[in-house]
Design a protein around this ligand. Structure first.
Ligand code: KIV
Length: 282
């Protein structure tokens, strides 16, 4: 790993301490992630769905994700920040991949970038690393390849798929990746990957035998609605609590209980009398 911030992660891995990664997408979420003591922030393309309201991660543009990533970097200057190369920004060729990755470093101050998959992407990974930019791999469930809701099911539950995922992880590690996201894979398959590659394995729905865990900010804090994947543990009820707070405020406004006198700015009787006098003289 190539800079001081990434070296913090390498040190955790060396000491066999779990790496805590959380997604964040803006000033408030990055502030909360830092205050919560996470080790690394991923500005995931999950922002497409959690922040921008798209139906899939495939719809977010590089410019949209860069804007969010810059906000996170401004907020978390000492935390490793990983930029997520969005769908369509790296697949076409090595030079396209290097150009996109460079934007995340130069324009948003990322410490590394992440991309999904292996196969032809191994060449992209090598090219980005050759350009001096550390890369995090991502195997297992690859959200950028999912086209239907049913597509979000676990991967690697049959021998062929499990072997393919292990081979992808091997290839990405051999290509020089700094860490590996493993998503929605049975724990024993993740354990095989962890035992084979020397870099941190950061799991999401990939069980316990990893070098760390990542969750999506909105899932962890209960902003997300609907049925959650089985691996999501929700530690707060942000949507319920915050919408209830807004409802109470709205009721206070409608009922004349907001604002109170203490919540308004005073003006002296003399100053007000002077305003009235001048208005009536107009
Ligand atoms: O975009 C994202 O949030 C991710 C995580 C699910 C790892 O890639």
């Amino acid at each position: 790993m190539s800079n001081d911030r990434l070296a913090q992660l390498a040190a955790l891995h060396t000491r066999r301490e779990p790496i805590v990664m959380l997604t964040a997408y803006d000033f408030p979420s990055a502030r909360i992630a830092v205050a919560g003591g996470v080790d690394v922030i991923l500005v995931g393309d999950s922002a497409a769905m959690t922040v921008l309201g798209y139906q899939s991660t495939r719809e977010i543009s590089t410019d949209e994700l860069l804007m969010l990533t810059r906000a996170v970097r401004r907020t978390a200057p000492d935390t490793p920040v990983i930029g997520d190369l969005p769908f369509g920004s790296y697949e076409a060729s090595d030079s396209v991949a290097v150009a996109s990755a460079s934007r995340f470093v130069q324009e948003a101050g990322c410490d590394a970038v992440k991309l999904e998959g292996a196969g032809e992407m191994i060449s992209r990974v090598r090219a980005i690393i050759a350009a001096g930019i550390p890369v995090f791999g991502h195997v297992g469930l690859l959200p950028q390849s999912v086209r239907t809701r049913e597509g979000y099911k676990a991967r690697g539950r049959d021998p062929e798929q499990a072997l393919a995922i292990v081979a992808d992880a091997d290839a990405l590690a051999n290509a020089g990746c700094s860490a590996m996201i493993v998503e929605a894979v049975p724990s024993p398959v993740t354990a095989l990957i962890t035992a084979r590659i020397g870099i941190p394995v950061i799991g999401i729905g990939a069980g316990v035998e990893t070098g760390g865990q990542v969750l999506v900010y909105h899932d962890l804090l209960g902003f997300s609605e609907g049925r959650m994947p089985r691996f999501v543990r929700t530690y707060a009820s942000a949507f319920g609590d915050l919408s209830a707070a807004v409802r109470i405020w709205a009721e206070d406004v409608r009922g004349g209980r907001y604002p109170s006198v203490a919540e308004t700015y005073p003006i002296t009787d003399e100053a007000l009398a002077e305003v009235r006098r001048r208005l009536s003289a107009q």
